[in-house]
Design a protein around this ligand. Structure first.
Ligand SMILES: Cc1cc2nc3c(=O)[nH]c(=O)nc-3n(C[C@H](O)[C@H](O)[C@H](O)COP(=O)(O)O)c2cc1C
Length: 368
């Protein structure tokens, strides 16, 4: 299947955009284990236009991550248009628009899934991004606002007509948030009655190799996007590929491999966010990595007490006397090639121009 000029093989597996999860350290690990397409977490178009540091930082992508999409959200057409131009300059392989986030503070401003209540504006935002982008534009959305307003078939046709290059659908409504089960029967309907020539990316509850294979088989989607199943489990891509290709279950990673990857994730997080923030943010990831492991509770408890990188690494790698010591060859982010310098927002360009006008000599030679 293809998205624009990007060619994917059969049964491609994509890493879902996930706030505070799909950052460069985690994406690099998922790529290593077989993710075919990565997405950044969603980035606020307002944040990019106003040059907010945390939004601009999220634009950082690395050559080895390609192909990668940068995801944008916002409910103000002009702001999204400006932000799309900033994202375009960051040089991703595609730009994805988030029309699926269910969080109140996002939807109340027509961002994320909020736009499912205003389809003409959804079309306007999509067209604005397409106009400003020099690369494929994709959309990720939900089935509808609630059960009474599932209009995904209409949405799929409208967005394909507008020129998007692929559509990803989380098979829940906004009202469902993350509750209940994803309604895969809708994915089949979108495949059959909604999109015509563009790929459909299925998402929602495809959380292990068996379910992912079932989603492909039951719905006919062209690719599966994996979210929660990858948290603390970047190996899901490798295991699913083996299951799809051979029908055989792969052994889960050994304890040594698991510890080595957690340590690498931790070290990269610290490089990415700074030591203190990296160690603290990583605390949220341990649960996923050690789920179901004997003694993991005491390891997690010990890790929670650490607030330095050497302390956390020491705790991790020397856990349990019988656990073998693991040497971790961590390749830093600094040694990886960045795709582009962080683009400058239009606001900063304007501010710089105003400043130079204000400080310019009032008549030629006045300053000399
Ligand atoms: C922690 C977390 C953060 C998320 N952040 C985003 C996001 O930034 N953009 C987005 O489109 N969806 C986001 N989602 C939704 C996921 O991309 C995905 O649609 C959802 O989790 C369903 O897929 P799953 O069942 O495979 O997890 C997030 C989900 C989680 C659990």
């Amino acid at each position: 299947m293809r998205i624009g000029s990007l060619e994917f093989g059969r049964h491609p597996l994509f890493l879902a955009p996930m706030e505070d999860v799909s950052d460069p350290p985690f994406r690099i690990l998922c790529k290593r284990y077989g993710a075919d397409l990565l997405y950044t977490e969603f980035i606020s178009s307002g944040g990019l236009v106003y040059d907010a540091q945390d939004s601009v930082q999220k634009l950082d992508i690395y050559e080895e991550e390609r192909p990668i999409g940068i995801q944008l959200f916002g409910g103000d057409v002009e702001q999204v248009r400006e932000a799309a131009a900033v994202v375009d300059r960051a040089n991703p392989d595609l730009i994805d628009i988030n029309f699926g986030c269910p969080v109140r503070k996002v939807v109340c401003k027509d961002g994320g899934a909020g736009i499912l209540r205003n389809l003409p504006k959804m079309l306007e935002i999509t067209e604005a991004v397409i106009e400003g982008a020099t690369r494929p534009v994709t959309v990720k959305t939900r089935l509808g606002w609630n059960d009474e307003s599932i209009r995904i078939i209409e949405v799929a046709r409208m967005l394909e007509e507008a020129g998007i290059a692929a559509l990803a659908v989380h098979a829940r409504t906004r009202s469902q948030m993350y509750r209940g089960t994803a309604r895969w029967e809708w994915l089949r309907r979108i495949r059959e009655e909604g999109v015509r020539d563009i790929p459909l990316i299925g998402n929602g509850d495809a959380t292990d190799a068996v379910k992912i294979r079932d989603m492909f088989a039951e719905t006919g989607v062209d690719a599966v996007m994996i979210g929660r199943g990858a948290i603390g489990n970047p190996w899901i891509f490798r295991e699913t590929k083996a299951w799809l290709e051979t029908g055989e279950k792969m052994d889960p990673p050994s304890w040594e491999e698991r510890l080595a990857v957690v340590a690498e994730h931790l070290a990269l997080k610290c490089e990415w966010l700074g030591e203190r923030k990296g160690v603290l943010e990583m605390r949220r990831q341990y649960g996923g990595y050690f789920k179901g492991f004997r003694n993991a509770g005491s390891l997690r408890a010990a890790l929670m007490e650490q607030d330095t990188l050497p302390g956390a690494l020491e705790t991790l790698l020397n856990f349990e006397e019988r656990a073998p010591y693991v040497r971790v060859p961590v390749r830093s982010l600094a040694s990886r090639r960045k795709v582009a310098a962080r683009p400058v927002s239009p606001r900063r360009v304007r501010a710089a121009a105003m400043e130079s006008v204000a400080s310019a000599p009032t008549r030629p030679g006045a300053r000399e």
